[in-house]
Design a protein. Structure first.
Length: 317
């Protein structure tokens, strides 16, 4: 998945861009869309907080169900601290908010690994009724362990995720979480987690309702697959996603030789480095059992003259 276009929908609602100050547009019903609020650093001097203030004056915020934070001013240079403060201050005006995404920023606006983030968990504290929360960008991202009684979906998209964030997510208390999506990334852009940091997630006991697990866009995709081959969390899953990373035959072999996966509805392995024989084995073993398998974007590793292989994640810079 390239970060090349804005989210088209969020939380089951079509995304709608709140218009710029100079634009004239008819606004939809407040509850009917996921509202995206963005500013263009090149074409507008309006700060994100000012755009949000206009939004709050123009829309019945008591009916708003989903918010998408797009680009804020100078995303290359500054994090969303003021954005987060504005949202936290408006929490009483957003009683129906159930979904929030921070950083729907395309690579044309700011490369994913250059998006500055910060301390994002005040948003979870401020909105205890959230069902879905997502963040894009790992630079300076802070996510201390937190409890949230209602959250069902958590997504963190990065080109390189710091181990401390991984450990904090794993230590958090999310009793209702059904979907977890972590883009672990590459060491070139700050990824330094080890498989051991994922242990509380893989054990399954901390996330009793988890049905969809994505540990993807990782340069240690084979090692993750090996750990999942015997991980208790897998037995309760409907969807397992190891896509966008450097998965090769060794990791796939571990999956096939480990615990049964035929209970899965979907196994997503797109963007992989699997050989043709391994792809056929996966289809013959799991596909024939009714598991939907995505093996698209299979490719050969780059090889130097001395035979050294190089594999790349789908999203890095």
């Amino acid at each position: 998945m390239a970060i090349s276009e804005k989210m088209r929908e969020f939380h089951g609602l079509p995304a709608f861009d709140f218009p710029a100050a100079e634009a004239k547009a008819e606004l939809p019903d407040a509850a009917s869309v996921a509202w995206r609020i963005s500013v263009d650093s090149y074409e507008s001097e309006e700060a994100w907080e000012a755009a949000f203030a206009r939004f709050a004056e123009s829309v019945d915020t008591t009916e708003v169900r989903a918010l998408i934070v797009g680009a804020w001013s100078d995303a290359y240079e500054s994090g969303p601290d003021e954005v987060i403060s504005a949202l936290v201050a408006a929490r009483d005006r957003l009683p129906a908010l159930r979904a929030l995404f921070l950083g729907d920023i395309t690579f044309m606006e700011c490369e994913i690994s250059w998006i500055n983030q910060g301390l994002v968990t005040p948003l979870l504290d401020a909105f205890p009724e959230l069902r879905a929360f997502g963040v894009r960008g790992g630079q300076e991202l802070r996510f201390p362990a937190v409890r949230h009684a209602r959250l069902r979906s958590l997504t963190i998209e990065t080109g390189g995720l710091d181990a401390e964030v991984v450990r904090s997510v794993a230590a958090s208390d999310f009793p209702e979480l059904e979907h977890l999506d972590l883009w672990l990334g590459t060491s070139w852009y700050g990824a330094n987690a080890q498989v051991a940091d994922l242990a509380p997630i893989l054990a399954g006991s901390r996330l009793p309702r988890l049905r969809s697990l994505a540990l993807r866009n990782s340069e240690m995709q084979d090692e993750i697959a090996m750990a999942l081959a015997g991980a208790p969390v897998v037995a309760g899953l409907e969807t397992l996603d190891l896509s966008m990373g450097t998965l090769g035959d060794e990791g796939a072999e571990a999956l096939l030789g480990g615990q049964p996966l035929t209970h899965l509805k979907k196994l997503d392995l797109h963007h992989n480095y699997l050989g043709e024989a391994m792809r056929k084995r996966l289809l013959d073993t799991l596909g024939a059992a009714g598991v939907e398998i995505d093996l698209s974007e299979s490719t050969e590793p780059d090889r130097e003259d001395d035979g050294v292989e190089h594999r790349y994640t789908a999203v890095a810079e």
